[in-house]
Design a protein around this ligand. Structure first.
Ligand code: TYD
Length: 135
C-alpha cells in the first residue's frame, strides 16, 4: 500500500491563466468542514509533527513548494508538492511533517472536521505505540 495518495485536480486553465476547482464530497472524498493555509513560513521552519486519530485532510501547495514526509509507523515516504493541481491525502493515523517551505509557499489544507485538539497525536512514541496496538 502506498502512503502517497495524490488526487489530480482538474486543470481548467486557458490562455488567460490557471483555474482549478475542488468540490466537497466529489473529487475530495469527504465533506469539507474547514480549510486552513500555511503562508509566510519562515526559512528553515518545519511544521506538522503529528498524526490525527480520525481527521481526513488533503494538502495542496497552491503556490511555491514544500516537502511533506508521511509515516504510518511502518514505512515512510516523502514528496515535494509544487503544483496547484496535485492534492496529497493526509489520512488518519499517518504522522506528517512539512519541511523545506519555499518563501512563496502557500499550503492549503482541506479538513473533514472542525479543529479538535483531542484528535491530535503529537508525541511520536505515543503514535508508534498506537500503531502497534492497533495492528
Ligand atoms: P498546529 O496544528 O500546531 O500547527 P502545525 O502542526 O501545522 O505546525 O497549529 C498551531 C496552532 O493553531 C495550535 O495552537 C492550534 C491552532 N489551530 C487552530 O486553532 N485551528 C486550526 O484549524 C489549526 C490547524 C490550528
Amino acid at each position: 500500500m502506498t502512503l502517497l495518495k495524490i488526487l489530480d485536480l482538474p486543470d481548467l486553465g486557458d490562455e488567460r491563466g490557471g483555474l482549478t476547482v475542488i468540490e466537497s464530497s466529489r473529487l475530495i472524498p469527504f465533506k469539507i468542514k474547514r480549510l486552513y493555509y500555511l503562508v509566510g513560513t519562515r526559512i528553515n521552519v518545519s511544521r506538522g509533527f503529528h498524526a490525527h486519530l480520525s481527521l481526513d485532510q488533503v494538502a495542496i501547495c497552491i503556490a511555491g513548494s514544500c516537502r511533506i514526509v508521511l509515516d504510518d509507523g511502518k514505512e515512510k515516504a516523502e514528496i515535494v508538492l509544487n503544483s496547484p493541481l496535485k492534492a496529497l491525502k493526509l489520512e488518519p493515523m499517518v504522522w506528517h511533517e512539512m519541511h523545506s517551505f519555499s518563501k512563496d509557499c502557500i499550503l492549503l489544507v482541506l479538513a473533514s472536521e472542525y479543529y479538535d485538539e483531542s484528535d491530535y497525536v503529537r508525541n511520536y512514541n505515543d503514535f508508534k505505540m498506537m500503531v502497534e496496538y492497533r495492528a
